[in-house]
Design a protein around this ligand. Sequence first.
Ligand code: HEC
Length: 197
Amino acid sequence: MRHNLSGITKITGMVAALALSGVVVSCVKENDPVAQNGVTGAIAKLLGGDSSQTKVQYVPDMADSPTLKPQENFLEPPEGSVATTAMLYPKTVEEAEASLKNPLPAEPQVLALGEKTFNTFCIPCHGAAAKGDGSITDIYPKPPDITSEAYQKRGDGFFFYRITFGANIMPGYGHATMPHERWATVHYLRKLQGVSK
Ligand code: HEC
């Protein structure tokens, strides 16, 4: 009972405070030329002028700042600058294969994520078992069987790079997937290949 009462008191207090602040804000706004006409309006009013007739701009409030047209570019970043959130990838597939290691363990959760990602992005072309017999291969060039021995021998970084950037006529999926989803897909591909790495 005591608990309930204090709750109600709290709510009543909050409602009263909100109502009061609303009144204060609206009062301030009504008498505030800055809220109505910006700094120029405030100065004009102080000097006794009519702000709608003001010809001289004092502190123009960014009214004349340069604007960009749609699709126009900002300045190019200085050479060599890197976004603080950027991930740097090796430049070539060979470098990727030699240097990248799968950071995720081949655990059930990871494999499930890999399966989901594969079945979302890869299945139409590569087929459910990655044999290259996806449902659109009657109209799109047939991909290779990526469970074959030649592909079993490729390093994890090779697959990660291919998923990220694509391969010849295969589109890349780096824009559509997070790095951990791609690494999970690599684990799932290993499962389809029957190889554990
Ligand atoms: C639109 C169809 C399509 C989709 C979707 C697709 N691929 Fe491919 N993939 C291809 C084709 C076609 C090739 C053969 C490319 C070539 O060599 O020209 C290929 C090649 C590959 C290769 C071999 C690359 C090489 O250098 O030998 C791998 C690995 C691969 N795909 C993995 C994937 C994975 C994983 C996904 C899903 C994230 C995916 N692909 C999605 C069509 C597709």
